[in-house]
Ligand binder design. Sequence first.
Ligand code: NI
Length: 139
Amino acid sequence: MEEGITRIGVSLPKNLLDEFDRIISTRGYSSRSEAIRDAIRNYISEYRWLESEKGEVVGVMVVVYDHNVKGVSDIIIDLQHDYNDVVTSSTHIHLNKDQCLELILVKGKMDKIRGLVDRLSATRGVLNVKLITAVKKFE
Ligand code: NI
């Protein structure tokens, strides 16, 4: 094995891997490993960006989740109450039979908002959390 390369084993749901393979084949990746390395780099750069944001922001959080997972809807509501100093409102969209999308408008300290992103991301049944922010005030 190449110097500095670590081999890892990952367990994935079949449908997630099928979709990943479908996308990487249309994008011309030569190997699954290369595509996974790119995906991890994207994840790291996105999270680094999130970590580097500071101060007061307004934004929208887009949360996609599987509402069949027991308790997930309640947890998402409870978290919004826990963070009511930064959550201004939310809209629920039933995406399809299984999945829901919650749009959460946020306004306040980035540190606090980041905490909500982390809690939502770590919730079982939550498939994806995206935060789109705008600075509150242009200097
Ligand atoms: Ni729904």
